[in-house]
Design a protein around this ligand. Structure first.
Ligand code: AMP
Length: 391
């Protein structure tokens, strides 16, 4: 009993929804955030991807919306996909409550449809900063009575250049509100923002929990640029389950996915160059296991919440340690196990790999290293994804 959601005294409609979602017990971040948020305090939270952060802020906000029909929430997220996922989770949680309506305001969707939907009642708005600000400027959205503000992945929103929009949006919100802000990292810039957006926030820092992120087995392999495709084919032939392959550019995503299709793999590419409905279809097809493999760029895969992704393959090594963390966070979600395989093709990438692994780093260019060096190893089970696909 003490290890379930019942200990928080949540409305029964919400407990019912959590049971239907098969959320039996809170994750570490949920256990820290829920009671503090229910008590009305602002929160500055940092947590790893896949830790259950969405429900950590959604549960206390929805519990309060359920008991106060006048209350409303605005959730800002960096990408369309993440906003859709958050809206999906919140919609499921309020499914038993007719007075609670979710509205999604994301770029890439026809504005006309959103203008129409904005005319009907809504108390949960989830959106990306650009589109939300657009609606504020048009006068189609009013936030004067917003009770709760959630800033999800604020670090990423800043990286994507949304700081001006966020600032403008927050100026339109009442000062009397509860704000929950989440970031993967808490650097000076985030602290500064917290100083102006939050009131005496409770800081919550959830370390990587054993059963949440650590169950990803990581390995890397040194291979020249020209040897990557062959290495990828070898890896794919040995791996079972859904696979996400990361590349640097949109063009590369398309060309690699085409090359793999020629090898008879069922694969699709996902990147920022696709129209919103195309991205949605690729994600849905992958979620429904029509395809075992997607080739993705960083932006497109950000926030992808698909529990059955078993393997992350870094065909192109990420540019920054933070991107590496986000990429491998696509697997090993909600306690499942996962594998991450990275191809390294330059001394700079090897250096970054060492930084990521907290290993001593030699001065750049001080030593060359041989080809096809395997740094870490695991033995995947033999499998041929061309023939069949299983979980
Ligand atoms: P998030 O970090 O919010 O993207 O969540 C990661 C995954 O964990 C999602 O697939 C959620 O559906 C799942 N999840 C979140 N909270 C729980 C919970 N308490 N029990 C089981 N699964 C959960």
């Amino acid at each position: 009993m003490s290890n379930t959601f019942q200990k928080y005294n949540l409305p029964s409609a919400l407990l019912g929804a959590l049971a239907r979602m098969q959320y039996d017990a809170p994750t570490a971040i949920q256990d820290q955030v829920i009671p503090i948020a229910l008590a009305g305090q602002d929160i500055l939270g940092s947590s790893k991807t896949g830790s259950g952060k969405t429900a950590a802020f959604s549960i206390p906000v929805i519990a309060q919306l359920m008991s106060n029909p006048e209350a409303s929430v605005l959730v800002l997220a960096p990408t369309r996909e993440l906003a859709e996922q958050v809206a999906g989770v919140m919609t499921t949680m309020v499914s038993g409550c007719k007075h609670l309506r979710t509205l999604l305001l994301i770029g890439g969707e026809p504005i006309g449809k959103q203008l129409m939907r904005l005319r009907s009642p809504h108390n949960i708005i989830v959106g990306t900063p650009g589109r939300v600000e657009d609606h504020l400027c048009r006068g189609s959205l009013h936030l004067r009575n917003t009770t709760f503000l959630v800033l999800d992945e604020i670090d990423r929103m800043l990286d994507m250049g949304f700081s001006i929009q966020i600032d403008k949006i927050i100026k339109r919100l009442p000062v009397e509100r509860q704000t929950l802000m989440f970031s993967a990292t808490l650097d000076r810039n985030i602290e500064r923002l917290a100083g102006s957006y939050l009131r005496r926030p409770e800081r919550i820092n959830v370390e990587v929990a054993d059963n949440e992120v650590k169950n990803i087995q990581e390995e890397s392999f040194y291979v020249s640029e020209s040897g990557k495709f062959q290495t990828l084919l070898e890896q794919l032939s040995q791996r079972e389950g859904s696979i996400i392959v990361f590349v640097k550019t949109q063009i590369k995503a398309d060309s690699l996915s085409y090359q793999l299709q020629k090898e008879h793999y069922k694969v699709q590419a996902i990147h920022g160059g696709l129209k919103q409905h195309q991205r949605k279809r690729v994600i849905e097809d992958f979620r429904n296991k029509r395809y075992a493999i997607i080739v993705a760029t960083d932006v497109a895969a950000r926030g992808l919440d698909i529990n059955h992704i078993k393997h992350v393959i870094n065909y192109d090594f990420p540019q920054a340690a933070e991107d590496y963390t986000h990429r491998i966070g696509r697997t090993g979600r909600a306690g499942a196990s996962g594998f991450a395989f990275s191809m390294i093709s330059s001394p700079q990438e090897k250096r970054l790999w060492r930084i990521i692994n907290n290993e001593p780093v030699e001065r750049e260019g001080s030593r060359s290293f041989g080809q096809n060096t395997r740094f870490n190893q695991f033995k995947p089970r033999p499998f041929n994804p061309r023939r069949s696909f299983s979980n």
